[in-house]
Design a binder for this molecule. Structure first.
Ligand code: CA
Ligand code: CA
Ligand code: CA
Length: 147
């Protein structure tokens, strides 16, 4: 019985990661990251990440942010934070909770024009965050839990 359960979990694990290979994928601290250079709006990017079994990247701490900044270009890139549920109440799309870490660039988040409710990496310096208009289109990073 226990062996059966183990085999089942193992097969789910292999199945869940079978798409993880090739260009665009990087591994850090037991999680997989997929950098998609196709430009999508924020919710389109999140839905794309869901099809990979993950979410737009959930940045837990400065170490993870620094790793991302070292790997990805200085181009603005969607990350998994939003204040669509309440202005200036930034939450993670992965957990639904308040974000555990932020690295906003100077003067951001500024909710420019009253329409900026989704986060990007790489504004006003590599690794710094900006709030942008969710319907704008940028590349994005998905984070998929390891197993
Ligand atoms: Ca993370
Ligand atoms: Ca906002
Ligand atoms: Ca902004």
């Amino acid at each position: 019985m226990e062996m059966k359960m183990f085999v089942l979990l193992l097969s789910v694990c292999i199945y869940g990661t079978s798409g993880i290979a090739g260009p665009g994928w990087e591994k850090y601290n037991g999680h997989w990251y997929y950098h998609n250079t196709q430009r999508l709006n924020w919710i389109g990017a999140q839905l794309y990440c869901r099809t990979l079994g993950g979410n737009l990247v959930h940045i837990n701490d400065a170490q993870e942010n620094n790793w991302l900044a070292s790997k990805y270009t200085t181009e603005p890139t969607w990350i998994g934070v939003t204040d669509q549920g309440g202005e200036d109440n930034w939450r993670s799309i992965t957990t639904g909770e308040n974000v555990p870490y932020t690295n906003w660039s100077t003067n951001n988040p500024d909710n420019n024009q009253g329409t900026q409710h989704c986060g990007t990496l790489n504004w006003n310096g590599n690794g710094y965050w900006d709030d942008d208009t969710c319907t704008d289109e940028f590349p994005f990073i998905c984070e998929v839990g390891g197993c």
